[in-house]
Write a protein that binds this ligand. Structure first.
Ligand code: MLT
Length: 314
């Protein structure tokens, strides 16, 4: 088998298509990162075709469990985000063990989030939004991509910091949720700049604040941070990483990690990420060991927050 693995790994990816599973619906922020990243990664893998497969549902855990169970041959990968660290606390019978069932290939980027509203929302700035929320207590609809999504985590933190309960409306991704927000079916959402920058610039949604400790550079610089708006210490950034099923041969993992590192320096990729407010990772977390350590630390960080919020799914 060593010989087989050896020759197989040597020629990997052998011009065979690689599938990257995105655990959310097409058109959302995770999907956008994955398609841009796949374009850069492909160039480093002999231009082998890379197919994006959107497997939405259950806050990203359906897609993640599909990859955990996939053949460990390097032809099925997972591009996922902070949900890898929040789902263990949210799902009582998660279909995979986050730290045991995946090979960690490296962190890709970090993405700020923005608090946005439907175009007809009668609030022109963050202070007015808070007044509107308290005036509409109990009837505010907040969209997210299900328990375990980044929009869920941000919404959870926002509600518990504001001490207001909202009705959450889950979607298979914030791509479809954005459509309903623009249509006025839901009132507000906390979503990543990769999905909201274009809509904010296009005047399709109202923008109120950003979730990072510092204001964003460029086009969204006029948005206050939640921290400066009274939510001291509010700090949420969404990281994305690449994963393979446990047991994928080491030479394949090494090839994928080497390709990831070069792809992260791809000029087109970096330009697109910057235009969408994302920051490409340049530190040691692009290495498998540090990527895994990072996720382990994030599980430790978000676990108590989620426990305190008392939300879970069976
Ligand atoms: C999330 O909220 O986790 C993401 O926005 C979902 C998505 O990428 O659609």
């Amino acid at each position: 088998t060593l010989a087989v693995t050896g020759s197989f790994a040597q020629n990997y990816p052998d011009n065979k298509p690689i599938t990257i599973v995105v655990p959310f619906a097409a058109g959302g922020p995770t999907d956008k990162v994955a398609r841009d990243f796949a374009e850069a990664l492909r160039k480093q893998l002999g231009n082998t075709p890379i197919v994006i497969e959107n497997v939405g549902g259950a806050g990203g855990t359906l897609g993640a469990s599909k990859v955990a169970k996939a053949a460990p041959d390097g032809y099925t990968l997972l591009l996922h985000h902070i949900g890898m660290a929040t789902s263990p606390g949210l799902y009582r019978n998660l279909q995979y063990k986050t730290l045991d069932d995946f090979e960690y290939l490296g962190l890709i980027n970090e993405v700020p989030m923005t608090l946005i509203g439907k175009p007809s929302l009668a609030a022109g700035n963050y202070a007015d939004l808070v007044k509107w929320i308290s005036a509409n207590k109990g009837t505010v609809n907040l969209g997210n991509a299900g328990l375990g999504s980044a929009s869920h985590l941000c919404g959870l933190l926002y509600q518990s910091t504001l001490k207001v309960d909202m009705t959450t409306v889950p979607y298979k991704g914030t791509g479809p949720a954005m459509t309903d927000l623009i249509g006025g079916q839901i009132d507000i959402m906390c979503d990543q700049t990769t999905n909201t920058t274009g809509q904010i610039e296009g005047g399709k949604v109202k923008a109120y604040a950003v979730t990072t400790p510092k204001r964003l550079p460029g086009k969204l610089a006029q948005l206050p941070t939640l921290d400066e708006s009274g939510m001291k210490g509010f700090n949420v950034s969404i990281w994305h990483g690449l994963y393979a099923p446990k047991g994928t041969p080491k030479p394949v993992l090494d090839k994928l990690n080497a390709a990831l590192k070069v792809a992260l320096k791809d000029a087109d990729f970096d330009k697109r990420q910057e235009a969408l407010g994302a920051v490409v990772v340049t530190d040691a977390r692009v290495n498998p060991a540090e990527h895994k350590k990072w996720v382990e630390a994030e599980i430790g960080k978000w676990g108590p927050v989620i426990k305190a919020a008392g939300q879970y799914a069976d």
